[in-house]
Design a protein around this ligand. Structure first.
Ligand SMILES: NC(=O)c1ccc[n+]([C@@H]2O[C@H](COP(=O)([O-])OP(=O)(O)OC[C@H]3O[C@@H](n4cnc5c(N)ncnc54)[C@H](OP(=O)(O)O)[C@@H]3O)[C@@H](O)[C@H]2O)c1
Length: 215
């Protein structure tokens, strides 16, 4: 499958590398066509890996992953172009973390709205599924890094898109438990977990941990 990965940070690298390992063709997108991190990633990941602008990656992908800086995601997607995203599934991993006032970051949107909803609203012809934003990128693509059972979540308006995202999570990435939180307003809860995640990372001294939901 042809997949567009928007974002040249550690999430884009981890997701992109895993997709390549699975045999997919991946184009990593950036604000510029010559981004050094994207070029380095493509070089390290073989013939099925390429890079270009956000526009190039969105046009290339049958499915697109949003791995851009949360407060800049709307701008990055605007650069990708609504026409290149029309009808496609967007796996939205972004978190609306605002680091402008230092640590800990605050949420740029919360409570009655979320970045996932803002993205869906700005691009109504795209099928946004919020997922994976609740764990570190090492865990995203390798849940067995953590011992025992633990959970990942999906939220989105389109049932077919959520089913495909769930298949990607389970069959491609190895997640055993995927909890469906309903429509895209579920992104509020997923994004509002981040302040606790950041606090926990300070206490646990590792980013490699996750939620396990027990009844
Ligand atoms: N790090 C994790 O393990 C983790 C876990 C869960 C969720 N997340 C979320 O995943 C996303 C990616 O995180 P990351 O740490 O890999 O990378 P990041 O540093 O948060 O984002 C890097 C990407 O954002 C783009 N970007 C930055 N400012 C921009 C602007 N003004 N306009 C357009 N694009 C802009 C960059 O473009 P260029 O390529 O042009 O530089 C780059 O592609 C974030 O939303 C983060 O909150 C991260």
């Amino acid at each position: 499958m042809k997949i567009g990965v928007l974002g040249t940070g550690m999430v884009g690298h981890a997701i992109g590398a895993k997709l390549i390992q699975l045999g997919h063709e991946v184009k990593m997108g950036s604000r510029t066509a010559t981004n050094e991190k994207a070029a380095g990633w493509a070089k390290a990941n073989g013939a099925n890996a390429s890079h270009g602008t956000f526009t190039d990656a969105a046009a290339f992908g049958e499915i697109v992953f949003n791995c851009t800086h949360g407060v800049a995601s709307l701008e990055a997607l605007k650069q990708a172009g609504a026409q290149n995203l029309k009808g496609k599934i967007l796996i939205d991993i972004s978190d609306p973390l605002d680091f402008s006032k230092g640590m800990p970051p605050s949420l740029s949107v919360c409570n009655t709205d979320s970045l996932g909803e803002q993205i869906q609203k700005a691009f109504p012809d795209m099928k946004v599924v919020k997922t994976l934003n609740t764990v570190n990128c090492n865990v995203m693509v390798n849940p067995s890094l953590l011992s025992g059972d633990h959970d990942i979540f999906v939220a989105g308006n389109d049932a077919g898109a959520k089913a495909k995202a769930t298949e990607i999570l389970k069959s491609w990435f190895g997640w055993k438990s995927v909890i469906d939180l309903g429509d895209i307003t579920g992104a509020r809860a997923l994004e509002m977990w981040l302040p606790l995640w950041v606090r926990l990372m300070g206490v646990m001294k590792t980013p490699n941990f996750n939620l396990k939901i027990v009844k």
